[in-house]
Design a protein around this ligand. Structure first.
Ligand code: ZN
Length: 92
């Protein structure tokens, strides 16, 4: 039960983050999924990022199942997603 603290060599933070949407959508192959899962095991920052995306995703899904999304919520989610995407592009 002693997980190493350092990220695995399987993929880098930018690799992992570039697949966040595909990963959450289940659109990555098994090898990629295992790589990302292994990376998240050792990297708290990416895990946090993935968790946040998961929350946004479930919010969007839940909202979509109801009659109509409150416009303010939709705008806030979209703004947050664009913000995250810009952050990704800025990172090396
Ligand atoms: Zn990472």
């Amino acid at each position: 039960m002693s997980a190493p603290d350092t990220p695995t060599p399987h993929c880098s933070c930018s690799d992992a983050l570039s697949y966040v949407y595909d990963y959450l959508d289940g659109e990555v192959d098994d090898v990629r999924r295992a790589d990302i899962a292994a990376h998240l095991d050792g990297c708290g920052e990416c895990r946090e990022q993935f968790t946040m995306e998961q929350v946004v995703k479930s919010l969007v899904q839940r909202t979509c199942c109801e009659d109509r999304a409150p416009e303010t919520l939709r705008v806030r989610i979209v703004a947050r997603i664009s913000e995250v995407r810009i952050t990704y592009r800025r990172s090396p």
